[in-house]
Write a protein that binds this ligand. Structure first.
Ligand SMILES: Nc1ncnc2c1ncn2[C@@H]1O[C@H](COP(=O)(O)OP(=O)(O)O)[C@@H](O)[C@H]1O
Ligand SMILES: [Mg+2]
Length: 461
């Protein structure tokens, strides 16, 4: 591709004052919201060899280690090519592989984005500084050229400069990884069609104005393959039933699978059977002394599951936390919202009014998923995390007792004498939940006579 002089107009910026900054052979003017970059054409134009990028390649997986996402990679490419300036967002829960998918995509498509790829790790960092650093290190932009410019103008100057030196006919990719607040990035986005923008986030509210790709957990087949790959011996093949149990416990979440796989591959654990591993998960799960704690330096992520979920947890209001505690007591199956409301009614009369907001908070943080009309579910690992949190909650005894009693009351009152098939399917959830609550929380509730009624449904087909 031909290198170009950096001349021409820049992207729009807010504000309409005229402010000309001139330094050496390069000047930037802001006039009526337009940035203009002028160069002294007799001066040497920066020569950029190759495709500039700052993809954190060393922290990503080799292509052969990245499993089961061919369709998502294709979909991502198609979505990025078909949008003009809107960002494409990869959304999904903690540890599902959003960052890894973006990394693999960026590595695969260096040639597509021959203008270059700018990778910004957004969480806990100053985005403007990161953009300026990228321009300085990868595009050879002299920092003094940005002196006296507002933050917004600095960003726009970087984008204009990048576009001008590489040429508008090229495509450019900007990746913003792990965005938690759209307001922090919205003024930093380039708005020319040659720039494609890819965002990864857990936050649902960021998905809605954009073209989104919701990433789900791995299929069981791929999860087993991944575990086998990580364990590196024949335990997964030879103890396949226990391997399946482990995958189910982890809800086929890549981050969980990777932590367990690497744990099993440690020299100290080479004689550990998968049955014993499953026991350890059940006993210690996500706890500090459990097998899911240690994040190896070669992994893409720097957080284990608990640490990553804690980041979202810290942001939740108390009410959202209370709803989360309550949901963790339900069986691991799609939960009819009506049932949650019924239980809440029994627990506290004033809660019902605001519970939809609390549910919104959980959905927004990908802590809860809508699985169908009026139906919601927790991922198994999130439920485990919330159950551990519940144990630290001072009101846990009241909540468990109230939940048990409410479930029993609800079950007893909802069962018709001759249920239709539809009613039976709906009630089957109540039954599973009640039985699980009866087993796990038996010391909290005096099971009412209604509870025994549920057993008569066991034979309905
Ligand atoms: N499809 C996959 N194949 C292999 N490893 C994966 C896959 N998806 C994710 N991983 C690994 O799982 C871990 C969590 O993925 P990450 O992308 O950090 O999750 P997220 O960004 O959604 O929180 C990382 O170590 C990553 O390398
Ligand atoms: Mg991530």
């Amino acid at each position: 591709m031909p290198e170009q002089n950096h001349s021409g107009s820049g992207d729009n910026v807010a504000g309409n004052q005229t402010n000309i900054h001139q330094q050496g052979n390069f000047g930037v003017g802001v006039n009526q919201g337009e940035i203009h970059i002028h160069t002294d054409r007799s001066s040497p134009v920066p020569k950029l060899k190759g495709i500039p990028h700052n993809i954190p390649i060393t922290s990503s997986k080799e292509k052969s280690e990245f499993l089961g996402r061919d369709e998502e990679l294709k979909e991502l490419h198609q979505k990025l090519q078909s949008t003009e300036t809107k960002p494409v967002v990869i959304g999904g829960m903690v540890g599902v592989g959003k960052t890894e998918l973006a990394l693999q995509y960026a590595k695969d498509h260096l040639q597509t984005y021959s203008g270059g790829i700018c990778w910004l790790s957004v969480r806990d960092s100053d985005v403007v500084n990161e953009i300026v650093e990228f321009a300085r290190l990868e595009l050879d932009l002299k920092p003094e050229r940005l002196t006296n410019l507002s933050k917004e103008a600095q960003v726009n100057c970087c984008w204009s400069y990048w576009r001008d030196i590489k040429g508008e006919k090229n495509k450019f990719l900007l990746v913003l990884d792990d965005v938690t607040d759209y307001r922090e990035i919205k003024d930093c986005l380039p708005n020319k069609p040659c720039f494609k923008v890819l965002i990864t986030t857990e936050k649902k509210e960021i998905w809605s104005p954009s073209v989104q790709l919701e990433l789900d957990v791995l299929t069981q087949t791929v999860a087993l393959k991944f575990l086998k790959f990580l364990v590196r011996d024949n335990r997964v093949d030879e103890q396949s039933k226990d391997a399946i149990k482990i995958c189910r416990w982890l809800g086929n979440l890549p981050l969980g699978l990777e932590l367990v796989g690497r744990y099993l591959a440690m020299e100290n654990n080479l004689d550990l059977s998968l049955a014993e591993m499953f026991q350890r998960l059940n006993k210690r799960g996500l706890k500090e002394d459990g097998p899911l704690v240690k994040v190896k330096s070669e992994m893409t992520t720097k957080y284990n599951i608990t640490a990553a979920l804690n980041l979202s947890w810290k942001e939740l209001r108390l009410e959202g936390k209370q709803l989360a505690y309550l949901l963790s007591l339900f069986a691991l199956a799609p939960i009819p919202w009506l049932l949650v409301e019924n239980v809440i009614n029994n627990l506290a009369s004033d809660w019902e009014k605001r519970v939809e907001n609390d549910r919104g908070d959980l959905l927004n943080r990908s802590l809860l998923k809508r699985t169908g009309k009026e139906t919601y579910q927790l991922h198994s690992v999130i439920r485990q995390f919330l159950r551990d949190k519940l144990e630290e909650y001072p009101g846990k005894e009241d909540m468990k007792r109230g939940f048990c009693q409410a479930m029993v009351t609800v079950v007893a009152s909802e069962i018709p004498q001759k249920p239709t098939r539809k009613e039976f399917i709906f009630l089957s959830y109540f039954i599973c939940g009640a039985i699980e609550c009866g087993i796990n929380n038996h010391k909290y509730g005096q099971l009412s006579p209604g509870y025994t009624d549920v057993t008569r449904f066991n034979n309905v087909s």
